[in-house]
Design a protein around this ligand. Structure first.
Ligand SMILES: [Zn+2]
Length: 663
């Protein structure tokens, strides 16, 4: 499904796909943090000479990163800027695009001398102090994004990148904050927090929740000085009840989004068509809201690409969990973005499967692939030869799984685990689906089925919209305690979403068996819980969900079956093992259907795969089939039109990767 959720257009050159080579760190920083190496200066400034750039271009590289501003100051990084400009000129001569790195920290030893006022830009944490980016970089303070002086500094760094260096692309690194108790409490943050509360609440609600009529006296929580040692840190709790901590988290997410929107708009005003990317990290793993103040649905509409540096490299663990980055790729697809992520390199798992996973699910980017490795070359060659198949694709998705902010941020234990299990079921169960972020709930009406896995918190408005969409024909699958709390974390006496199946008592629902009902023109199915096969212990500090949560729940077939029933059947099916994943795509203008197949097993090929396509989907194609792969050996795909109009395609075997093309 294609949605248009961005506040800008992504330029054509970027939509054609990027392969990256990077020398993004300023030399002054590399030296100071002990990573410069012998003759570091010399080799740094010699790295991207014309010959080297020509070699990279021949390997398929079309985007080069250089340093824009690490935070040492404009004078201190003057030599670096001149080098970046020279590299940019050479790249442009060769027809390559260039981007700059812009950081989030203050390199105190140079910047504070150059700009004494910059001392006041540092974060003021709950101890009333600044803090280092990391303990071996004590010259590097994290900056407050609400500080007007620092915001001007970032704008100036942006202007220099665009006008003086002349780049086509901006990479804003570390677009996150925290973790608590490191969130900033400077005067600007305190003021903006109160303004945020005034905007967020209707006066009656504020009184009901805080017991006072206005937020004048509300201060950010101080979890350090007054904390009783036996009461524990709130983020270790399975539910965050304190409305102040919930609002403080919501505020951090909003601050990052508002500041990104401002900066990206400024960049586009200086240079229309510049590509903007940020690094907020990815979706899985930690509770990003509470840990980093990151809510992807608020950030991504303002950019064209985002980085996930998380380590969930493609693999099947000895216990059988299929580790994958499909959620991140789906988030990127939902917001029409490229995901930048690591593919090659030591400690990064299986380069081959990482790379084909990216080919399948991430058509705009091969960033993170080393174009110089033998396998890297094969992948780039394949993508270049068949570039037409990667341009302007949209995914086929019948179901949408809701990621609801308050449920995910404030119920870190169960709600996040159940969501992970539900998504894993749909990923490995070959269900064509999208992630749906709750700010875009109305888009659910465009799908056949909405899935609410343990969406504990829902506002009255969200419940009403779901009830209406289902009665108008949307399929719905609900698990667990969905809708038993409102958006402010207040427990309801009933479970209003249960109106759809005639039982609104949450306890009775919890103890019921799975059920299916018609509701108006729609269908609704309820499951009390997804059952773990192997125990997991999510990290209690930040809700980190380890590899064990990449498992199929014991009753996964029940969930997949419920989604299929509620959807009234899917548009496309893959009959094959759960260790083969599929990305179902179409190119409507070209009358083409595409299925990318990835076999995650490295010890066995997948045999006897069968695809089935609904007649409506196949209309407009000629029903001819091609099979493309760069795996060694011969393989075949055969198409057969069934009497009922469905198209069946069989693929005899698959080593690692193939694309089935129907046209
Ligand atoms: Zn601040």
């Amino acid at each position: 499904m294609r949605h248009n959720l961005k506040d800008h257009q992504t330029p054509e050159w970027f939509r054609a796909g990027v392969v990256l080579a990077s020398n993004q760190e300023a030399q002054i920083f590399l030296a100071r943090c002990g990573a410069g190496g012998v003759n570091g200066r010399e080799s740094h400034y010699r790295r991207f000479g014309l010959e080297e750039l020509k070699r990279l271009k021949d390997l398929g590289v079309n985007l080069v990163f250089v340093s824009g501003q690490k935070g040492a100051g404009f004078e201190a990084e003057g030599e670096e800027v001149r080098y970046s400009r020279a590299v940019t000129e050479r790249c442009h001569q060769l027809g390559m695009k260039v981007g700059t790195y812009i950081g989030n920290t203050l390199l105190s030893e140079t910047l504070f001398k150059e700009r004494p006022e910059a001392r006041g830009w540092a974060v003021v944490n709950a101890y009333g102090e600044p803090y280092y980016y990391q303990s071996q970089q004590t010259f590097r303070f994290v900056a407050c994004r609400n500080n007007p002086g620092y915001r001007d500094f970032l704008r100036e760094a942006t202007r220099i990148s665009l006008e003086e260096i002349g780049v086509d692309f901006l990479h804003y690194d570390n677009w996150f904050s925290g973790p608590e108790p490191m969130w900033c409490r400077c005067e600007h943050c305190r003021r903006r927090f109160r303004e945020f509360l005034v905007r967020k609440y209707r006066p009656g609600d504020f009184l009901d929740i805080y017991g006072v009529t206005s937020p004048e006296a509300i201060e950010p929580p101080n979890l350090v000085r007054y904390n009783l040692p036996w009461s524990g840190e709130p983020w270790r709790s399975p539910v965050i009840r304190d409305p102040l901590l919930r609002d403080w988290t919501d505020f951090q997410c909003q601050v990052l989004a508002d500041n990104l929107a401002d900066l990206a708009a400024y960049a586009r005003s200086v240079k229309p068509g510049v590509v903007v990317e940020c690094n907020p990290s990815g979706l899985e793993g930690t509770n990003t809201y509470l840990f980093k103040g990151v809510d992807h649905q608020r950030l991504l509409p303002h950019v064209d690409a985002f980085w996930s540096e998380e380590g969930s490299y493609a693999a099947i663990t000895p216990e059988g969990e299929l580790v994958n980055r499909v959620r991140n790729y789906k988030a990127a697809r939902f917001f029409d973005q490229a995901l930048f992520t690591y593919i090659s390199g030591p400690g990064r798992g299986n380069e081959k499967i990482n790379a084909v996973e990216s080919l399948a699910f991430n058509p705009l980017s091969l960033v993170g692939l080393d174009p110089g490795t033998p396998f890297g070359r094969r992948v780039i060659e394949f993508r270049t030869r068949h570039r037409d198949l990667f341009l302007e694709t949209e995914n086929i998705s019948d179901a949408a799984v809701l990621r609801q902010f308050e449920s995910q941020a404030a119920f870190p234990a169960e709600a996040r685990l159940q969501l992970q299990l539900a998504e894993q079921t749909l990923i490995q169960g070959h269900v064509p689906f999208d992630l749906l972020f709750d700010r875009y709930l109305d888009l659910a009406a465009a799908y056949r089925c909405l899935v609410l896995p343990e969406v504990v918190s829902m506002s009255d408005g969200q419940v009403e919209r779901v009830l209406r969409m289902v009665r108008d024909g949307l399929g719905l699958v609900v698990t667990g305690a969905a809708s038993t709390f409102d958006q402010h974390g207040r427990r309801r006496s009933s479970q209003p979403i249960g109106e759809l199946w005639g039982e609104t008592d949450p306890e009775r629902n919890r103890q019921s068996i799975a059920l299916r009902r018609e509701a108006g023109r729609g269908r609704v199915a309820y499951l009390p819980r997804l059952e773990l096969c192997r125990p997991v212990a999510p990290d209690r500090d930040w809700g980190y969900l380890g590899y064990r949560t990449f498992q199929l729940p014991g009753n996964w077939r029940e969930l997949a079956g419920a989604v299929e029933w509620a959807a009234g059947g899917f548009s496309v099916y893959l009959d094959g093992p759960e260790t083969v994943l599929a990305e179902f795509l179409r190119q409507p203008e070209k009358g083409r259907l595409l299925v990318h197949l990835v076999n995650y097993r490295t010890d066995a090929e997948a045999a006897g795969l069968r695809l089935r396509f609904r007649p409506e989907l196949v209309q407009g194609t000629g029903g001819r089939v091609r099979l493309l792969s760069f795996d060694p050996g011969e393989r075949r795909a055969e198409a057969r039109r069934r009497p009922d109009g469905w198209l069946e395609v069989t693929v005899d075997w698959l080593e690692t990767y193939a694309i089935v093309v129907i046209e």
